[in-house]
Ligand binder design. Sequence first.
Ligand SMILES: [Zn+2]
Ligand SMILES: [Zn+2]
Length: 241
Amino acid sequence: MNTVIPISIWPKGLINCFLIKGDHKHILVDTGLPGSEHKIFKQLEEHKIDKADIGLIIITHGHIDHYGSAARLKKLLNVPILAHQSDLEAYTSGKADITTLKPNKPQWRLFKAMIKDQKVRAFQPDILMEDDTEFSLNNWGIRGKVIHTPGHTPGSISIILDNGKAIIMDMLASGILLGGVMFNSRIKHPPFHDDLKQLKSSFEKVISENGSLYYLGHGGPVNRELVIKYYDKYFKEKNLI
Ligand SMILES: [Zn+2]
Ligand SMILES: [Zn+2]
């Protein structure tokens, strides 16, 4: 069973990253803000996960609340990083491309301002996914795959496991504030989406896979019904369906 363990970077689901347990090796999905490595290690310990058993880091997209500690963790864990080519600029420069960030709600302007001038330690991904290729996780003893789900950013990727669990990070958020704290089944738009048409196709791609529980970067997890509800409501509002 490939369990997904949520690791909180900010408490109560405000910012999450995840560990997927594999039969051979585990995979860390995202790394939180800069300086999160010890927070992550402490929680892994609480879950009795030996960090020497981590075999791969996956970075889901080029926002610093997700790849801020990638360079440090790559070094400390001595493992490769997988990411998508289309967000490469953010990874190799250590700066999120905020020119394309469109706040979905006025309050996210604050968040945009917060990350605007932040620069984090850059890294070079070791495994680069290109275009719409899929990446199998079988080598780590994980029955599942990584798929390209652009829209939130051009290089956003999601993880779909055969057991119905999926990690779709910032495709949507839930709860109040940035997600979390309360009302976790109340879905909401993440702070930003780059390209709504791409996002719509990505939702269709994710929904066409047989998922039942979806883990998010902010808030969550949410069930299939809520993902479909979000898709219907959001893209109808935007006149895209
Ligand atoms: Zn994001
Ligand atoms: Zn995020």
